[in-house]
Design a protein around this ligand. Structure first.
Ligand SMILES: [Zn+2]
Length: 121
C-alpha cells in the first residue's frame, strides 16, 4: 500500500514540476515581451520629444499650447485620466452609432471615420 501511495505521490510531484517549468517559461516570455515594449516605448518617446522640439523651435508652438492640446484630447472621452478611450462612431451616411472597433457601419455598410490617427486597425 505504501508503495502505491509513493508512486502516486511521485506522479503528483512530477506533474507539479512540469507545471512549474511551463509557468517559468511563460514568465520568461512575458519578461521578454515587456523588455521589447519598453525599448519600443523609449524609442517612441525619443521620437515624440524630437518632433516636439522641432515644432517648438520653429516658433509656431508653445509648451502651454501643447499641454492645452494634450488636456483637450484627454478629455474627449469625458474623463481626464491620461488615456484615450475608444468612442462610439457616428456613421456619416445614416447617422447611426457603431462600435468604435468597426471599420464599416453595421446598418448601411458605409466606411466609418477614424477619429484617432494612431488607432491600430
Ligand atoms: Zn450607416
Amino acid at each position: 500500500m505504501d508503495f502505491l501511495f509513493d508512486v502516486y505521490q511521485q506522479g503528483k510531484i512530477n506533474e507539479a514540476r512540469q507545471q512549474a517549468e511551463r509557468a517559468s517559461h511563460k514568465a520568461d516570455r512575458f519578461a521578454d515581451d515587456i523588455r521589447s515594449l519598453e525599448r519600443r516605448l523609449d524609442r517612441l518617446t525619443i521620437v515624440n520629444q524630437a518632433l516636439w522640439e522641432l515644432l517648438r523651435d520653429s516658433g509656431h508652438l508653445t509648451e502651454e499650447g501643447l499641454l492645452a492640446k494634450v488636456a483637450e484630447i484627454d478629455l474627449r472621452d469625458g474623463s481626464k485620466d491620461g488615456k484615450i478611450t475608444r468612442m462610439v462612431k457616428v456613421c456619416p451616411r445614416c447617422g447611426r452609432n457603431s462600435n468604435s472597433k468597426r471599420l464599416e457601419c453595421l446598418y448601411c455598410g458605409d466606411s466609418l471615420p477614424d477619429p484617432n490617427l494612431f488607432d491600430a486597425r
